[in-house]
Design a protein around this ligand. Structure first.
Ligand code: UD1
Length: 354
């Protein structure tokens, strides 16, 4: 792991492995290194310090991924794990999957099968390659299973559910107890928007970023807008001012869930936040052309607006949908299913039974 969403996803799996008496050796690539992007999640989600920290840091895609590969190989050779677990779709996912498969170690991809069908997104390249070299493909949704089937992958595919739903469920009491955050930010429950933008397709294209920012400014004319700003977006925005919008540092997991849970609407290009908004029953606006989490679109709980400022503001300020949500989306106890499957597979391997 190395990027913010991976610390979140690793937490419930670590707990499930520990409950089963299985040692997980945690390796942090260093892709995210600011306190608010990394350590705050270890502290807030009771994740132990990594056993190995590779200290790779920022860089171009090739340089960053290449450095990870070089530094991961000796770690894997020393540790000789039974399986290498990789999460999601970041450069850290790609590097770990490649390093492992080249050493002949089985790879388990958690959050396998997600697709946007856009190879100009770094995340799409990372997850497609990770899927194709994985022995175990743990899919959060049936859509993900179907995507893999369409690419000819059936062996090792498991519909496990979504570990992000596990961590959300486990963190709700703490999030409910953290409502003092709203007072600190000067907002009342159900009256404000929370927005995040960090995908390179939105941040690295000036026109798109400017248009999304304009959308947030339009929303801010009608309700407070809070933006926990990702470092990538902060860099791209430079000293651009955003009228009426409240910029704050990236938040820890429990704080973010507290903020989302009490929001009137979420505007985000993050995959994780789209799902969290859905599970928490908060309408979501996604300033992208497509989403990997198509289930969130059903019933109007999430809507794709591209980077269209007027549309972003129009959708964000309309009344919430009256339709019910699919309570089964993301399943239940994904981390338990994943660990049970890995244990059963290991037992089969040692007994010679296939
Ligand atoms: C990465 C993932 C993306 C995930 C996101 C969550 C890839 C290709 N993308 O994008 O899938 O949704 O994380 O946040 O792996 N930076 C800091 N401080 C930090 C971390 C990053 O200043 O702690 C800066 C870096 O210097 C870099 C920029 O932010 O210029 C982007 O970092 P990068 O590692 O490319 O990933 P993300 O954009 O965060």
């Amino acid at each position: 792991m190395g990027a913010r969403p991976q610390f979140v996803k690793a937490a419930p799996l670590h707990a499930a492995l520990e409950r089963n008496g299985i040692t997980d050796v945690l390796v942090h690539t260093g892709q995210h290194y600011d306190f608010e992007m990394s350590q705050v999640f270890f502290d807030g989600l009771s994740l132990p310090d990594p056993d190995h920290h590779l200290g790779v840091g920022s860089g171009g895609h090739g340089a960053q991924t290449g450095q990870m590969l070089g530094r991961l190989e000796p770690v894997l050779e020393t540790e000789q794990p039974d399986v290498v677990i990789v999460h999601g779709d970041t450069n850290s996912t790609l590097a770990a999957a490649l390093a492992a498969v080249k050493l002949g170690l089985p790879v388990a991809h958690v959050e396998a099968g997600l697709r946007s069908r856009r190879l100009d997104m770094p995340e799409e390249v990372n997850r497609v390659v990770a899927d194709h070299v994985s022995t175990y493909l743990f899919c959060p949704t049936q859509t993900a299973v179907d995507n893999l089937t369409a690419e000819g992958m059936r062996d090792g595919v498991v519909l496990s559910g979504d570990v992000m739903r596990d961590v959300l469920g486990a963190s709700l009491p703490a999030a409910a107890a953290r409502t003092s955050l709203l007072g600190e930010l000067g907002v009342d429950p159900g009256t404000y928007a929370v927005a995040t933008v960090h995908r390179s397709e939105n941040t690295d294209d000036r026109e798109r970023l400017r248009s999304i920012v304009r959308g947030l400014e339009l929303i801010a004319k009608q309700m407070p807008v809070i933006v926990p700003l990702h470092p990538r977006t902060r860099k791209e925005l430079g000293d651009t001012t955003i009228d009426g919008v409240r910029i704050v540092k990236p938040l820890g997991y429990v704080e973010m869930i507290c903020l989302v849970r009490n929001a009137r609407v979420v505007v985000t290009d993050s995959g994780g936040l789209q799902k969290e908004a859905y599970w928490l029953g908060v309408p979501c606006v996604t300033p992208r052309r497509e989403t990997e989490w198509v289930e969130t679109l059903h019933g109007g709980w999430n809507e794709l607006t591209d980077a269209d400022a007027e549309l972003i503001a129009k959708v964000a300020t309309r009344p919430p949908p009256e339709t019910s949500r699919d309570e089964t989306f993301g399943g239940r106890d994904a981390s338990v299913t994943i660990v049970e499957h890995l244990v059963r597979s290991a037992e089969r391997d040692t007994s010679g039974v296939r």
